[in-house]
Design a protein around this ligand. Sequence first.
Ligand code: HEC
Length: 104
Amino acid sequence: MKGRWQAILLAAGIMAAGSFGSARAADIAEGKRLYRVHCESCHGERGQPEMPGAANFSKGEGLMKTDAQLRTHMTNGGRMCPSFAGVIMDRGMFDLALFLRTLF
Ligand code: HEC
C-alpha cells in the first residue's frame, strides 16, 4: 500500500514540475546568445563599447531601467541603437534584459 501512494505522489510531483516548467522564466543563456548575434558588435563582448557613444553596460549605462523599459528601447531603438522589432521576439528581449545586467 505504501509503495502505491509513493508512486501517486511522485507522479503528481512530476506533473507539477512540468507545469512550472511551461511558465518559462527568462533564460540567461538565450540572452547571451542573442547579445552575441545582435548587440556585441557595438556594445562589446563584456559590455565595453566597440562603437563610440554606445551605452557602456560594464558601467551600468542604460541599465537603470525596468525589464519592460529595456524591451521598449529594443523595440523602438535609439538615435544610433537599431530597432529590433520583428527581429527579436518579446521573450528574447526579456532574456536579453536579464543578460545585460550580468555585464555590469
Ligand atoms: C549599431 C550599433 C548598435 C547595436 C547593434 C546595438 N546598439 Fe544599443 N546602443 C547603441 C548606441 C550608439 C547607443 C547610445 C544611445 C543611442 O544612440 O541610442 C545604444 C544604447 C543602448 C541602450 C541604452 C539606452 C538608454 O536609454 O540609455 C541599451 C539598453 C541598448 N543600447 C541595448 C542594445 C541591445 C539589447 C542591443 C542588441 C539587441 C543593441 N543595443 C544593439 C548602438 C548599438
